[in-house]
Design a protein around this ligand. Structure first.
Ligand code: 6GU
Length: 239
């Protein structure tokens, strides 16, 4: 899978792209992340990427021209890349979006900065979609880009230490992960559930599925609302 990040701060990504499993996925060529400095696509001596807003008001607006020049240059190399503008007003990122992107295989992420971006970037059809990390405002898209890249990297075959852990991840099947326990068996009067120590794997699977469903109902009932539970799951939740 390949990501191209268009940003004013390519160095922001230096250490996160080297660390941990994400760094390993890149080293093993399962994932490539190319950073593009937006200023390289300016034509003036000062490498200007922003200007004051028409109509007045505080802050600066990112100019459309350097962005379009960058995107058109990237499109020449990769005509099929899926181009995403990172902005708090976009479609909410989720595990489902991560799966879509992994499937598509080639994603360009544009990191907005400053107070906003000239609307003509979207109006002119230069981006395929707008995506947000959630309902809060960041200084720019860089932190969001990193979160999204990491979420996608976990879904790449061979990128995780333990492949089986991914299908159990929270949200993978639309519900939360089951609770986990390890040594000690008893901690300050709290026992680990005996079923986990009994060695009956069918029983353990059933218990985990039940706990995952119960936790989801308790902590994130909204996730269950749009879901068609199997008769077996419904029975587990009721018991
Ligand atoms: Cl993608 N960008 C910015 N600037 N703020 C955000 C965001 C993105 N997602 C949530 N807040």
């Amino acid at each position: 899978m390949r990501f191209t990040i268009v940003t004013l701060f390519p160095e922001f990504f230096d250490s996160p792209l080297e660390a941990g499993l994400l760094g390993k996925a890149i080293m093993r060529d399962l994932l490539s992340v190319v950073r593009v400095q937006l200023r390289d696509f300016t034509c003036d001596r000062h490498r200007t990427v922003d200007d004051t807003p028409f109509g007045g008001g505080p802050g600066m607006v990112m100019m459309v021209e350097p962005l379009v020049t960058a995107l058109e240059s990237l499109r020449e190399e990769r005509p099929d890349t899926h181009t995403v503008l990172l902005t708090p007003r976009g479609r909410r990122f989720s595990q489902a979006v991560a799966l879509e992107w992994v499937e598509s295989g080639d994603i360009t992420l544009i990191c907005g900065r400053y107070e906003g971006i000239d609307e003509r970037l979207v109006q002119g059809g230069f981006v395929d979609e707008e995506v947000s990390l959630g309902d809060f405002v960041l200084n720019g898209g860089e932190v969001a880009a990193l979160a999204m890249i990491e979420a996608c990297s976990r879904l790449l075959p061979g990128a995780m230490g333990n492949e089986e852990s991914v299908p159990n991840d929270s949200f993978y099947q639309g519900i939360l992960d089951h609770p986990h326990y390890t040594r000690p068996r008893e901690f300050r009067g709290m026992e680990a559930p005996p079923v986990l120590l009994g060695g009956n794997h069918a029983e353990i699977d059933r218990w985990r599925r039940q706990q995952a469903l119960k936790l989801t109902r308790q902590l994130r009932p909204d996730l269950l609302e749009g879901m068609e539970l199997s008769p077996a799951d419904r029975k587990l939740l009721e018991s």
